[in-house]
Design a binder for this molecule. Structure first.
Ligand code: EPS
Length: 382
């Protein structure tokens, strides 16, 4: 079983992650991790923090000469901003400067403070912050490299930002090239212009905005996950992982909520047999039936809520004297939806790699490849 933990506060010294259960002999290219980290930093509507940081991962253990050892992988991403917060966030000496007593509606501030008995809500927000997603992106970029040799690819995009939807209809390789160049993660230029104008308008109003992102995983074998037990269903695992990302309020697989409205004949994907292979005539199921991959691309969508730090703050109550106040204003982003698409891709990559290694288990790359080939051979006879 593949698993990981992250540690680190947004203005602490660094973020760290430990990945456990990686087989030996997997090629890890650190630049692939750094590329993913750079993608996460981009996007129109981000705040001042991303100008301070140049996120890069340093692998501390578990990889030698570019190949995994089969031992735990530890990695670190430095917080450059720590230099400005050392006196406030130091582990030995910390001042109460920049303490927070007015919880922001929508953030973890109030329930987190009450739960852990923190009287300075900075102790909550420092860990609840979406800065932690940098560590998850690095972990996902490692997991994606496990799958690379087996032809599994990931494509992500932004479907909508607030009320503006990407009008693109054909999602081919050219589309994803445009998405990679787009400041808002769209493929259609005029929709991009509208989204930028929308973000400007939202910023002007002291507001924030959310959106919908999508990750598509292609090249997966049939049979990852299982219908046999609730916690082995791949769609459930994907939904749980995506839902755990800061600010995510909804997850869909395939057509998701639309399936509740349509009759069965317009929802279920008819089966055909072509060139010696089973296939489906549509992919409304989003590549998963009964908790198992069915050979079609896995399609995961996530709804991100607007970031809770508003420059025109909402009403709240001081935890110190219970007086009516305006919520505290922390430096933040107006729109982080493009970054969110990179984070969703990362957590999906991790869950898929986990299910893949469960199906084709082995202690080293050679065992996994042998198991994969044997299975492919058996399926070809089915
Ligand atoms: C983030 C870093 C944070 C925020 C943002 C995401 O940095 P700072 O608090 O120093 O500005 O910009 O987090 C939030 C908006 C949030 O509410 O948690 C990052 O690295 O992505």
């Amino acid at each position: 079983m593949l698993r990981y933990f992250t540690a680190g506060e947004t203005h602490g010294k660094c973020l760290t992650a430990i990945i456990e259960g990686m087989p030996a002999g997997i090629r890890i290219d650190i630049e692939r991790i750094n590329l993913a980290l750079a993608r996460r930093q981009k996007g129109y509507g981000r705040g001042g923090r991303m100008k301070i940081e140049t996120d890069r991962a340093e692998i501390l253990s578990g990889v030698r000469g570019g190949y995994t050892l089969g031992s735990p992988i530890a990695l670190k991403i430095e917080n450059r901003d720590f230099a400005n917060w050392e006196s406030i966030m130091g582990s030995e000496t910390a001042t109460s400067e920049k303490s927070v007593e007015c919880p922001r509606p929508g953030h973890a501030d109030l329930p987190g403070g009450m739960k852990y008995n923190h009287k300075d809500l900075r102790n909550v927000l420092e860990r609840a912050s979406a800065r932690e997603t940098a560590a998850r992106v690095a972990v996902g970029a490692i997991a994606a490299q496990v799958l690379e040799g087996f032809g599994v690819t990931f494509s992500s995009r932004v479907v909508r930002i607030g009320s503006v939807e990407d009008a693109s209809k054909i999602l081919d390789a050219d589309f994803y090239q445009r998405v990679a160049q787009s400041e808002v993660g769209f493929g259609d230029a005029s929709s991009e212009e509208k989204a930028i104008a929308y973000i400007n308008m939202i910023k002007e109003a002291g507001e924030t905005c959310g959106g919908v992102v999508e990750t598509v995983v292609s090249g997966l074998p049939i049979g990852l996950g299982s219908y046999a037990q609730y916690d082995r269903k791949l769609d459930a695992r994907l939904a749980g992982a995506v839902m755990s990302i800061q600010a995510i309020k909804g997850v869909e697989i395939g057509i998701g909520f639309e399936a509740a409205i349509l009759p069965g004949s317009q929802v279920h994907d008819e089966i055909s047999y072509q060139d010696g292979k089973f296939t489906h005539l549509t992919n409304h199921a989003g590549g998963i039936e009964g908790g198992i991959t069915n050979g079609e691309p896995v399609v995961v969508r996530a709804a991100m809520k607007p970031i809770p730090t508003l420059y025109t703050p909402l009403r709240t109550v001081s935890i110190a004297d219970k007086s009516e106040q305006k919520a505290s204003v922390e430096r933040s982003d107006v729109c982080a939806v493009p970054a969110c698409s990179v984070v969703v891709e990362a957590v999906v990559a991790f869950e898929i790699a986990n299910a893949f290694l469960e199906k084709f288990s082995g202690d080293c790359a050679e065992d996994i490849t042998a198991s994969y080939r044997q299975y492919a051979e058996r399926l070809s006879q089915y």
